[in-house]
Design a protein around this ligand. Structure first.
Ligand SMILES: Nc1ncnc2c1ncn2[C@@H]1O[C@H](COP(=O)(O)OP(=O)(O)OP(=O)(O)O)[C@@H](O)[C@H]1O
Length: 250
């Protein structure tokens, strides 16, 4: 599915946070959102689910406006993995993931157990199924919430810094899993190396506005990186054709 954010304006606590932000996420591609702390990345994602109301602007799914959809309807359209992965209730990993499996109005060939276990296996955490979510580490919890997004069995997954709390092996594993899924992925990333390597398209934001977008090599140019992040770095193509990011540290 293709998602388009058109001219999204958001005001929070009387302050304008997003100023006519645009974004298009193509079907089956990974679209990354990057930008300094506080520039509005999470706010944009939260408008997708109606967590924050829009002042103006609209979001379209495959060309149809989602204006007027309830938060519940919006939540059923996307898998969402927020920054927070804490849970105050005593649920097992299995129970958390099973909450995403919708039984309403769908004739399913697979049982709830199949769907939950497939999602846990996909994330390599099937052995944790009976553990209390509260007793897991931050990284383990993050994996559970990503498994839950897969169990929802929707075309689009939206993730806010999913690599947060994960060790480097799991960061790569998660991004490889998302890439292989061929779903429409919108992802906020801080690590510009991961953004350059894994994203098909990047949107750079600053101070609640779009700065530029395009292929990682076009966005992560030396001048742009210096202007927006205040550091020296740039994306470059390696011999095998994949992209990397060179951060110069003095
Ligand atoms: N509920 C809220 N009420 C008032 N201001 C808010 C609220 N949520 C976020 N903000 C402000 O909106 C701005 C954008 O925040 P947001 O969390 O979207 O940034 P971000 O780009 O995701 O940052 P980070 O990279 O640090 O996660 C910040 O200045 C933040 O303080």
């Amino acid at each position: 599915m293709k998602i388009e954010y058109r001219d999204i304006c958001v005001r929070l606590g009387g302050k304008k946070i997003l100023h006519r932000v645009n974004l298009e996420a193509e079907s089956g591609k990974i679209t990354g959102i990057i930008g300094p702390n506080g520039c509005g990345k999470s706010t944009l994602l939260k408008t997708t689910l109606g967590i924050y109301p829009k002042d103006s602007g609209d979001i379209f799914l495959d060309g149809s406006s989602l204006n007027g959809y309830s938060n519940k309807q919006l939540a059923s359209l996307y898998g969402y993995v927020g920054q927070e992965s804490s849970c105050i209730f005593d649920f097992t990993v299995y129970e958390i993931v099973s909450m995403a499996v919708s039984t309403k109005g769908k004739k399913r060939k697979r049982t709830e157990t199949d769907i939950v276990m497939d999602s846990l296996k996909r994330l390599g955490i099937a052995s944790m199924k009976d553990r209390n979510i509260q007793n897991l580490s931050g990284g383990e919890r993050k994996m559970v919430f990503i498994a839950r997004a897969f169990a929802q069995n929707v075309d689009t997954i939206i993730l806010d810094e999913p690599t947060n709390h994960l060790d480097i092996r799991h960061q790569l594993f998660i991004l490889d899993t998302l890439k292989r899924s061929k779903k429409t992925i919108i992802i906020v990333l801080h690590d510009l190396r991961l953004a350059a390597h894994y994203c098909d398209c990047l949107y750079l934001m600053d101070q609640g506005k779009n700065v530029c977008h395009g292929k990682p090599k076009e966005v992560l140019k030396k001048e742009t990186v210096r202007r927006v992040f205040g550091v020296d770095g740039f994306a470059f193509e390696k011999e095998d054709g994949t992209l990397d990011f060179d951060l110069q540290m003095n």
